[in-house]
Write a protein that binds this ligand. Structure first.
Ligand code: HEM
Length: 213
């Protein structure tokens, strides 16, 4: 296998899937901010952004699962299965892997509560969804701390880019938050526009409703 043994293959797969997981988590957080703040990607309707957010989240879970499974299977170090979900239970790099476990637990909780969203109040679901920032943050610190690969070169620039993109999205969110109508007022405005007494034509009503949703 050209110098690549089964063990080194697992090592490469584990690290590669770790990096992809970090990129996906970053994309998921940014899309989540866009969805929440009535944002759009150029040329894409809102439901496409929402669908992208949902599907990337599931893809992210698949990559994190692969990252963790290959890290455990890699015979170079011994990581107990319990350490995957119990923070700081690993004998290998307990602090850094503990942060990975916290991130994994939070991601799992976010996915489960999102799948059960119809059975929860919007307030409870949104309250829990704030933990996505903690999930992303602990994944970033885990990524920097668990391995030296992200300390230099392309991977360092990639990790810095992830931080800048999320910071930019958060700043955008904060600066736009004040300009938006609360949800109830948006719903009332939509109903008002759709009422038969309104003098607007149907096409402009639809356009307006789409803009404030
Ligand atoms: C959302 C969760 C996670 C993300 C995004 C993530 C991401 C990463 C990244 C980017 C790296 C560095 C890859 C490289 O060296 O190029 C890494 C390393 C690593 N991660 Fe994770 N990780 C997560 C959770 C976990 C969990 C739960 C475990 C297992 C307990 C784990 C075990 C490891 C190990 C063993 C390393 C390599 C440490 C070393 O090189 O000595 N990760 N992770």
């Amino acid at each position: 296998m050209n110098g690549i043994t089964q063990s080194t293959a697992l090592w490469y797969v584990s690290r590669a899937t770790g990096v992809v997981s970090l990129l996906l988590l970053t994309g998921i957080v940014v899309l989540g901010i866009l969805v929440n703040r009535q944002g759009r990607l150029p040329g894409l309707p809102r439901f496409v952004v929402t669908g992208l957010h949902r599907n990337l989240s599931l893809l992210g879970v698949a990559f994190v699962a692969l990252h963790v499974i290959t890290a455990i299977a890699d015979p170079y170090v011994t990581i107990r299965i319990a350490a995957v979900v119990i923070p700081f239970a690993s004998s290998y790099k307990p602090f850094w892997l503990g942060l990975g476990a916290i991130s994994l637990d939070l991601v799992a909780a976010l996915i489960v509560t999102s799948l059960a969203r119809a059975r929860m109040s919007r307030r409870a679901w949104r309250g829990l969804h704030w933990f996505s920032y903690a999930a992303w943050g602990s994944a970033v610190v885990h990524s920097f701390g668990a391995s030296n690969d992200l300390h230099r070169g392309v991977l360092l620039y990639l990790a810095i880019a992830c931080c800048l993109v999320v910071a930019g999205a958060v700043i955008w969110r904060i600066t736009h938050a004040g300009r938006e109508l609360p949800r109830e007022e948006r719903a009332a405005a939509t109903l008002e526009m759709m009422s038969p007494g309104s003098i607007r034509d149907t096409r402009s009503q639809r356009r307006d409703a789409e803009n404030i949703r």
